[in-house]
Design a protein around this ligand. Structure first.
Ligand code: G3P
Length: 489
């Protein structure tokens, strides 16, 4: 009897294989760190072979804990989005390093397109803005700058894909598909379009023939090559990690909202079945596609969240482990006027200023490790508050915010979010909602449940609630300091 769901959760800094029982309990997991390559300022690359080899190794490590491949009912894949891999379809080998979502190298091309007056129509068709974050301009950069990529395109053997597409190609021994949520981050898919769009491909200079077929996110999507695990295992769920976390938080009805604090912070509000549009520099994106029918989300993407704490740890040595920030933040009544704007990789939503850089303001001789640690955590509420305003201006004010991601384990930060946003914040006891969402998609896709709602009812655990508890003057002073510092970033 196949009792388990195997989730492959391929994030920016590590890849994991996680074994879920069908009631949503995590039974085993294996994890490997990924090498980050920074060849130039603003460039971030991954080795696609390393991603595949480490993901496969993690899967091979956990499958025995289920008692073998026969016990795996289905695989769910979830991944860092927008990161582009170019490979040769005939050899199955990558042609160059993957360009990671954080990479800013295509800003000049984005600017050229913005100056050419394309942003409005691109936004209304794709829901996205002309920013280096998205995949399309990264693909074009590879074609223009990597001779092997251009040569493969000329011979018709080039495959472009985001990470789920690459992993599925390797897992199946050659199927080139991408799920609708990842496809909706490329700038090459219309929000209303079923497949990649010729006109958008022409605008960005990406050959349509190099792109995958866009698929559903739950159902009989593919099967693994039997040679890998000893039997063909169905791949029954696939989603970009932020969409997956939204599903894992059971934001299945319009208005329901989650925020994931991982490397970056990503807030998604379920928008139902009508095509989303933002007048406030937020993104429209596919939340899920099942049986060809789409549900959409509005998204606010913030580029730096947990990576700020990593920087405090690794570059400044302010903490030895990330969790120490909580104790430092609690040791003082306020940050003593210190404010951090974490624009270390430019600013994402709702500002979209690729050229912005980080700021630490309000320093005095009284400022030390606790003030810096506290200011770093406070920056999460400040950045989220800017998103809250943009969502409200778009007519989608949040009633409660469901948080997750590694940084959400920080209880001081969770309470600060409730205080500054002045709404209830909910945190599931099991905060790995990205992986849980992929498990839900796969379980529903393998017909273990009748749909996502039934999977959510069966697989989600308990929650902790944080209620706002901050004086209005304190909140206003915090946000005024933030505004001042932000203006100098
Ligand atoms: O859009 C980028 C996002 O998918 C990266 O997620 O979890 O690696 O911070 P994460």
């Amino acid at each position: 009897m196949a009792d388990y769901i195997l989730v492959l959760d391929e994030g920016t800094t590590s890849t994991r294989a996680m074994l879920f029982a069908i009631d949503g309990v995590l039974v085993a997991s294996a994890q490997q760190e990924l090498t980050q390559h920074y060849p130039q300022s603003g460039w971030v690359e991954h080795d696609a072979s390393e991603i595949w080899n480490k993901t496969l190794q993690c899967a091979l490590d956990v499958i025995p804990k289920a008692g073998g491949a026969a016990a795996i009912a289905a695989i769910g894949i979830t991944n860092q989005r927008e990161t582009v891999i170019a490979w040769d379809k005939s050899s199955g080998e990558p042609l160059t390093r993957a360009i990671v979502w954080q990479d800013r190298r295509t800003e000049p091309f984005c600017m050229e397109l913005r100056d050419g007056g394309h942003e409005k129509s691109v936004q209304s068709r794709t829901g996205l803005l002309l920013d280096p974050y998205f995949s399309g301009t990264k693909m074009r950069w590879m074609l223009d700058n990597v001779p092997e990529v251009r040569a493969a395109s000329d011979k018709g053997s080039l495959a472009f894909g985001t990470v789920e597409s690459w992993l599925t190609f390797k897992l199946t021994g050659g199927l080139h598909v991408t799920d609708a949520s990842n496809a909706s981050r490329t700038l090459l898919l219309e929000l209303a379009g079923k497949q990649f769009d010729e006109g958008l491909c022409d605008l960005f200079g990406v050959p349509r023939a190099a792109l995958a077929e866009v698929s559903d996110m739950s159902g009989p999507l593919a099967e693994t090559d039997p040679a890998l695990f000893g039997r063909a295992i169905p791949i029954a769920g696939m989603a970009g990690d932020q969409q997956s976390a939204t599903i894992g938080q059971a934001c299945l009805l319009p208005g329901e909202t989650k925020a994931t604090y991982g490397t970056g912070a990503f807030v998604l509000t379920n928008q139902g079945t009508s095509i989303p549009h933002s007048d406030n520099r937020l993104l429209g994106t596919v939340l899920f596609q099942i049986d060809g029918k789409r549900t959409y989300a509005i998204e606010g993407s913030v580029f730096v969240a947990g990576s700020l704490v990593q920087w405090l740890r690794d570059s400044l040595g302010i903490v030895e482990v990330a969790s120490q920030t909580e104790e430092l933040a609690r040791s003082i009544p306020d940050s003593g006027g210190v404010t951090i704007v974490p624009a270390l990789a430019g600013l994402g939503a709702p500002h979209w200023r690729a050229e912005a850089r980080g700021v630490i303001s309000g320093l005095s001789f009284a400022s030390g490790k606790p003030q810096l640690a506290r200011a770093a955590l406070e920056a999460m509420a400040h950045q989220t508050s800017d998103l809250a305003k943009a969502f409200a201006a778009d007519g989608t004010a949040w009633e409660t915010l469901r948080i997750d991601g590694g940084m959400a384990a920080n209880t001081w930060m969770a309470q600060d979010l409730a205080n500054v946003l002045n709404i209830t914040v909910e945190r599931p006891d099991f905060i790995e909602t990205t992986a849980l969402g992929a498990a839900m998609l796969a379980a529903a896709g393998a017909d273990l449940y009748s749909g996502l709602q039934e999977a959510a009812d069966a697989m989600r655990g308990k929650l902790t609630r944080f209620e706002p508890d901050m004086d209005e003057e304190v909140r206003a002073a915090r946000l005024a300091n933030w505004e001042k510092a932000l203006a100098t970033a």
